[in-house]
Design a protein around this ligand. Structure first.
Ligand code: IPD
Ligand code: CA
Length: 268
């Protein structure tokens, strides 16, 4: 059993609480009101409801902390140094299409640093947790990134941009990246949830992950999962990861440089 801080337990309790309604909503996905924020960016009643429950539970336990949320945006707390970063459903398109690959993502940011993160798929009941200095876990099992060496043995995850996400130039750049990585690797996957992509890198299922155009709530929890599992996370240019960087490159330590070099060459 992993050692869990009080804050991590608060995050887990909130996610479990929110998952009850979310699972019910998923079962009734056809009847949900679906509005369109952008051409391929569905916002469901379930997103908003889940975020409200998470926010309510977290605020009950830690009334002073602030928030950064996908739906409601930033809310300052009395404690200016601590905030929760929430994505209520990462993988909304999967959710809406009845594909059981989506997750809640909650991170705790303290003094600008991510100190804890959880990614929870309520359908598979896979709970990924990490705290700074304490390791990463899948349920009760300690996680370690893969030990594969060589791009040719490795499977990578990515996110494919879509209508309304990036312009023509971004789409062309992505196609060049794909061409380069598919010619050099054992395969590429696009499962549709950046939070779970990062959790799967932490679990050693994927050897690495890259994507552009992501927001802080998509990646905040996943970043600490990968790092605590022994992986490296930077932006695609290899610079220190900032939540607002817009690009991300995460992998086991051996593959970070070769995957990064391949992507950077393709992006020129
Ligand atoms: C999306 C997912 C997806 C990624 C998109 C994100 P959402 O988040 O993480 O994998 O490719 O860029 O926007 O909209 O489902 O919360
Ligand atoms: Ca997201």
């Amino acid at each position: 059993m992993p050692l869990r801080s009080a804050n991590l337990n608060v995050m887990i309790r909130a996610a479990r609480e929110a998952s009850v309604k979310l699972k019910r909503d998923y079962g009734e996905v056809d009847q949900l009101q679906v509005s369109k924020k952008g051409p391929a960016d569905f916002v469901t009643a379930a997103d908003i409801r889940t975020e409200k429950i998470l926010r309510g539970e977290l605020a009950k336990a830690r009334p002073d902390y602030g928030f950064l949320m996908e739906e409601a945006g930033a809310v300052e707390g009395a404690d200016q140094d601590r905030r929760w970063i929430i994505d209520p459903i990462d993988g909304t398109t999967n959710f809406v299409h009845g594909i059981a690959h989506f997750a809640m993502s909650i991170a705790l940011q303290e003094h600008g640093k991510i100190t804890a993160g959880i990614v929870f798929n309520p359908i598979t009941e896979e709970l990924f947790t990490a705290e700074a200095g304490n390791g990463a876990y899948l349920n009760d099992r300690r996680l370690r990134v893969s030990s594969r060496v060589g791009l040719d043995n490795s499977v990578f995850a990515t996110g494919i941009p879509f209508m309304g996400r990036g312009d023509d130039q971004d789409h062309q750049r992505f196609l060049s990246e794909m061409a380069a990585v598919m010619g050099a690797s054992a395969g590429i996957r696009r499962f549709g949830s950046a939070a779970l992509d990062l959790a799967f890198v932490a679990a050693g299922r994927y050897d690495g992950f890259w994507e552009s155009g992501l927001m802080p709530w998509d990646i905040a929890a996943g970043i600490i999962l990968v790092r605590e599992a022994g992986g490296l996370v930077t932006d695609i240019d290899g610079r220190d990861m900032r939540l607002e960087a817009g690009t991300i490159l995460a992998s086991n330590p051996t593959l970070h440089q070769p995957l990064g070099d391949t992507l950077r060459k393709a992006r020129k």
